[in-house]
Design a binder for this molecule. Structure first.
Ligand code: NAD
Length: 265
């Protein structure tokens, strides 16, 4: 042990998020909605964030019906002013989130030569700049409050490998993976951990039709486990990175992909 470090508590690791305040961006559907439910079930007070706050109300009501603290806040992660206003709104309720899930993201499936500049900007602004804005706003406030925390950036296996027609998306997620490492290095001294979760192909409303199609089935057969993921396949990895169980993890890049990253070339 280094000087001044507390002895770790004995016994099994705790994945509990009791007493934590979590922010999930892009919580109005898909993985973000699932992540918010998971963090809430693990004991966190959860802030649901999306551009249109009215789309968060039904999830907020469902979480509150389970006796957990849940609130909604508007955020456009591509806009620094909107991000600052969201954190101001949480602060007005006495909340400085010490768990941030940078989940908001957009995909794009067009060949590079057919991708206009506007689409590059949209994807990179959301997936990379958006995560940067939310992470830095969060860390500034944690440092000012003398608090540590955990930031989980939802990247993708496409941040580590490529396939056709995803150039801006893959570049943005590769940038997010490296941003994760850079921030982890700078903020370890503040007790803020920054890690990346890289899902493989996970079935959500957005991609269900494609994944169930013939091209989707060809993709499935290239995954070593021969199946697409379900949102709940990400629960263990996310809770590990979020909770005290992962207290010695920072700058880590964790894939949950049925082995897709190690599929044969
Ligand atoms: P999704 O489209 O259902 O969810 C993305 C969410 O982000 C939406 O709620 C959307 O409204 C929100 N969002 C987009 N732009 C925003 C902005 N400017 N400000 C605030 N919110 C914004 O997709 P999903 O499949 O649930 O993906 C969630 C995350 O997981 C994304 O970052 C995605 O890249 C990543 N991911 C998904 C998969 C998968 O197979 N589903 C695989 C790897 C990574």
């Amino acid at each position: 042990m280094g000087p001044g470090l507390p002895e770790p508590a004995g016994g099994l690791p705790s994945f509990s998020l009791a007493g934590r305040c979590a922010l999930v961006t892009g919580a109005s559907g898909g993985l973000g909605e699932h992540f918010a439910q998971l963090l809430s079930a693990a004991g966190a007070r959860v802030w649901l964030a999306a551009r249109r706050v009215e789309r968060l109300r039904s999830l907020e009501c469902r979480l509150r019906a389970q006796q957990t603290q849940a609130d909604s806040v508007a955020i456009d992660v591509t806009c620094a002013q909107s991000v600052a206003q969201a954190f101001d709104a949480m602060a007005a309720h006495g909340c400085v989130p010490d768990l941030v899930v940078n989940n908001a993201g957009i995909g794009l499936g067009t060949p590079a030569l057919e991708t206009p500049e506007h689409d590059w900007d949209r994807v990179v602004d959301t997936n990379l700049k958006g995560a940067w804005l939310v992470a830095t706003e969060s860390a500034r406030r944690l440092v000012a409050a003398g608090l540590g925390g955990s930031i989980v950036n939802v990247a993708s296996i496409l941040g580590q490998r490529v396939q056709p027609a995803v150039a801006p998306y893959a570049a943005s997620k590769a940038g997010l993976v490296h941003l994760t490492r850079a921030l982890a290095l700078e903020w370890a001294r503040h007790g803020i951990r920054v890690n990346a979760l890289c899902p493989g192909y996970i079935v959500t409303d957005i991609n269900r039709d494609f994944l169930n199609s013939e091209p989707g089935d060809r993709l499935r057969r290239r995954i070593p486990q021969r199946r697409f993921g379900r949102a709940c396949d990400l629960d263990g990895p996310l809770l590990l990175l979020a909770s005290d169980a992962g207290r010695y993890m920072t700058g880590a890049v964790v894939a949950a992909d049925g082995g897709h990253l190690v599929s044969g070339l």
